[in-house]
Ligand binder design. Structure first.
Ligand code: ATP
Length: 406
């Protein structure tokens, strides 16, 4: 009978491997070998080194042998593990013990308690302090039932039709992923409508990056943030759900640079005001959405087919993701910094794209450019974007090997 080795974690993504290894019970040299769901056959070894996790690609030679470094190949993974358990031989640390498997059940926070009863009484929410405001209302830190810390989004009167919102909220509540802000409950009886979600300690990614300016957040963190957003979006992609307003202002940050995508689906239900006249006037507040045929659009984040034909798909979200990557790499600079919204509309028609930002690795810029391909089907999927960013810093020792050595 084939016994699955303790260190083999199939279908485990890079970020999940990091969480597992950094959990209690593991020690220096704890490790696991994972096969990535999105890239069948691709193996990586994740190893805990002084509290940090390093990832190594495990490759296969022409005759099917496994190796981390070409200098030494193994017929089986078990032999590879046994070898690196006796010596580091190029790894950061000698392998010590297989990663412990998670046993604690995942919690769903407040949403669990409100599974069948997600319209909650307004009186059960106490607003504590204002966290910020967006164009449709204000956001507060609040306490639900005097026990659970939550974020409460209060929607300005008339900003949406409550029937439309309720329909959308039904769907939003079912979308559950560690990289998506969980919708917990709503108060739609009376005004203003409350949207109650999980609370994120550091607020929006845009403000977080603008405040930091590279002091604590470095390139690996920036790439990792991009990977987290791509992971949340890859989930929406398989759920056939479109965000429509992906931007750094709609990503929220928690402890340890944890990023989660917020406000998905809301863009669809917001009421537009005005007469639908084109209005590309530049506004001091660059976030302000422009009007077009009864729809409000964040011009600098919107794909050409959205701007010109009002067409929104997951591929237009991919375009916006490219802009969001630009925001991440520039610590929250406004995209197309020298152009007005109107100029952006015009320049996109002539295939203009933003140049590579200063200090941005060429490989990341290449990813942005892929997202900004003119033809939507040519843009990558979020699944691909996720693994490209997750594997960005994986160590490929074999690249540094003497190619003649085996
Ligand atoms: P817009 O509504 O125009 O898209 P926005 O996304 O910045 O802009 P809101 O979603 O209303 O506006 O959020 C306003 C601010 O409140 C955010 O910038 C963020 O700092 C804070 N905030 C929103 N949601 C949360 C949350 N769940 N946890 C912590 N802070 C939050």
């Amino acid at each position: 009978m084939n016994v699955i080795p303790m260190w083999y974690f199939p279908d485990t993504k890079r970020l999940d491997a990091e969480k597992l290894l950094q959990a209690e019970g593991n020690k220096h040299g704890s490790f696991l070998i994972r096969e990535c769901e999105s890239q069948p056959g691709e193996l990586s070894m994740s190893v805990l080194d002084e509290g940090k996790v390093k990832h190594y690609k495990i490759k296969r030679s022409d005759n099917g042998h496994y190796f981390v470094s070409k200098r030494r190949t193994f017929i089986t993974l078990k032999e590879l593990v046994e070898y690196y358990s006796t010596t580091e031989d190029g790894l950061c640390v000698r392998l010590t013990q297989p990663c412990r498997k998670a046993t604690a059940p995942q919690t769903h926070g407040l949403s669990y308690n409100t599974a069948d009863q997600w319209e909650i009484p307004r009186s059960s929410i106490c607003l504590l302090r204002k966290l910020g405001s967006g164009q449709f209302g204000e956001v507060y830190e609040g306490l639900w039932n005097s026990t659970t810390a939550v974020a409460v989004k209060t929607l300005r009167q008339g900003s949406m039709n409550s029937q439309d919102f309720l329909r959308e909220a039904q769907i939003m509540k079912k979308l559950r992923h560690p990289k998506l802000i969980q919708l917990y409950a709503v108060c739609t009886v009376g005004e203003p409508i409350y949207i109650i979600t999980e609370l994120m300690t550091h607020g929006s990614l845009l403000e977080y990056l603008q405040k930091d300016r590279g002091e604590f957040v470095g390139m690996p963190d920036q790439v990792e943030m991009g990977a987290q957003v791509a992971a949340g979006m890859a989930y929406l992609e398989i759920q056939n759900y479109i965000h429509r307003d992906l931007a750094a202002r709609n990503v929220l940050v928690g402890d340890n640079n944890t990023c989660k995508v917020a406000d998905f689906g809301l863009a669809r239900v917001f009421n537009s005001e005005g007469d639908g006249v084109y209005d590309y006037e530049d506004n001091e507040d660059e976030r302000v959405y422009e009007m077009r045929q009864g729809t409000k659009l964040p011009i600098k984040w919107t794909a050409p087919e959205g701007l010109h034909d009002n067409k929104f798909t997951i591929k237009s979200d991919v375009w916006s993701f490219g802009i969001l990557l630009y925001e991440i790499m520039t610590f929250g600079q406004t995209p197309y910094p020298t152009l007005t919204n109107f100029q952006v509309m015009q320049r996109l028609r002539t295939n203009y794209r933003m140049p590579c930002p200063a200090n941005c690795p060429k490989r990341i810029y290449d990813i942005m450019m892929e997202c900004w391909k003119d033809s939507p089907p040519d843009r990558p999927t979020f699944e691909t974007l996720q693994w490209k960013l997750e594997e960005f810093y994986d160590v490929d020792i074999s690249e540094y090997d003497d190619t003649n050595s085996y």
